[in-house]
Design a protein around this ligand. Sequence first.
Ligand code: CDP
Ligand code: MG
Length: 645
Amino acid sequence: MGSSKLSTHLHTDFQVREHQSSVLIGETGSGKTTQVPQFLLAAELGSGKIAVTQPRRVAAMSVASRVAQEMDVELGKEVGYLIRFEDMTSEETRLKYMTDGMLLRECQIDPFMSQYSVIILDEAHERTLATDILFGLLKEVLLKRPELRCLVMSATLEAEKFQDYWTGAPLLRIPGRMFPVETFFTLRPEKDYVAAAVETCCLINAHEGPGDVLCFLCGEEEIEKACAEIQARAEETGQETLVLPLYSSLPMNQQRRVFPPAPEGTRKIIVATNIAETSLTIDGVVFVVDPGLFKQMLYNPRTHVESLLVSPISKASAMQRAGRAGRTRPGKCFRLYTLETFEKELPESTYPEIIRSNLSSVVISLKKLGVDDIVHFDFMEPPSPESMMRALEMLYFLGAIDEEGDLTDIGSKMADFPVDPHLSRSIIASARHSCLEEVIQIIAMLSVPPPFSRPRYAQKAADKAHKHFASGYGDHLSLLNAYRAYVDCGSKAEFCREHFLSERNMRQAENVRKQLASLARKSSHLESLENGHEKMLTTSIRKAFVEGFFMQCAHLDESGKHYLTVQDQQMVAIHPSSFLQHKAEWVLYHETVVTDRCYMRNATAIPPEMLIEVATKFYHPDRCKLTAHAKKMLRRALPRAKVAN
Ligand code: CDP
Ligand code: MG
């Protein structure tokens, strides 16, 4: 922040002291996240802690570690972070970086946020679901706690919108120095954006003057691929180049490598996801390569499909990305799309997540937070009535809310778990079916990136090794087999190498399991009865999952070739990576992913009589709303089902 540091400090301190809520706008990289919380800590605005929310886990971790370093304290003591499944805070923590989702979760237990004196909602321009909800909650809490201070921080996007919402909040601006950035567009649309990005990085490396390169791509796989190609091409031409990936699932120590300057005479090329757009700032970047795309979670309330899709960025994002090139001196931004695309096809700003997400988790959390009238909740941008109705309907089917829309006992227990309502419902059911441990292990495996690795050079060997864990029932039980084998083995590293498992993802799954198990222990009346017989277990586990996922099942159609989902009769196929090899009549799936077609990922065969027994309302052939063919199959199974007629 340079010379403006002191004045910004005094100003912010004064404003936050005088006003209960303030909005702080500052160019990305101006020190909002790392500096402002330190000022406020020094200003001693109260006896409580300071919370700083971040939409991304990586940012919370990385920034906390940076600030601890700056303050010369051990991470986890005065300065710590809290993200889902990882708590790096202690009694001593005064400054707590955390994901917005975690603060939301804390509000369930402590609706007045009483451990904090100051709450900083950072990266507000990202408009994540959790931040949007926190806005509404915080507005209420501020009325009840006059001493509480709230600071909303955002990159220079939509300042007015925030001010409108936070009526009366003064607007602070951190003066940001920005050098001019020259922007180039392509003349024709690019067919392959990854190849185009690689090519552009190599051209910059060969023909441009000194300065680091920041290239945006969409996901781990394409980033690693691009890095390898750029590195190889640089070596061919003998240029000193340091190519580094940056994405959220990258281990911490590797993430840190992007910050320090490269050795004299070496050019640093960082290939990153959207995380480098505003959450993390890397100094020394002079060239930006922007394909104009990012991965965003999109939920279609009509089809219930939630998928991570590569989508065009907004104009505001494009400006942010370009801005990354002009932080230290004049820079250049190479956009891999045409000027016409920029002008006509990119939306002005990114849609807030609340408008494009599955609301059922939101609704259940709000209910647990005591917000009864969800329709009139003070959302900055209210979700569509259609997705709200869908969410309420789904929770009603799951038994989480009753006909009046009030949270049931089951719903209240479900809200204790930081997972999708389908999963929390399965956890609750598993206790009754004496398979709590197993279901939690499976959910832990479902919550991490796919643990089965399949490197290009050893696909056959990997497939063979994975067969080891295969269960004829399908993926859920295969995941359980893999998890159990991993826990029981001697050397984890060796075991993972031999069986082509990602050790990192397995370790993460272990961690998730631990957290879920501890939540289950705390949750009232939730304990597993004596574990059933191993043979019974496969049945009980599937029953528990049916309780949570009976709406996420599909059946073969009349031709026996395709699957149709039970909710929307959408055509889906079993994912090629599935352990489920035979065409079971009925399958339950964890999620759908859309690539070239719509696939069910993590699928398990379910006998129809089990569906009728567990979700009678939904599957009884006389009462269900399924296709004639589905009814026929269910009618055949009816005599085997134990249901009262
Ligand atoms: O939040 P905002 O975008 O305003 O800026 P910041 O994240 O607080 O970054 C301020 C400065 O700290 C930038 O120059 C970053 O490059 C630097 N920084 C760093 O060197 N290492 C980190 N892990 C985080 C920030
Ligand atoms: Mg920041």
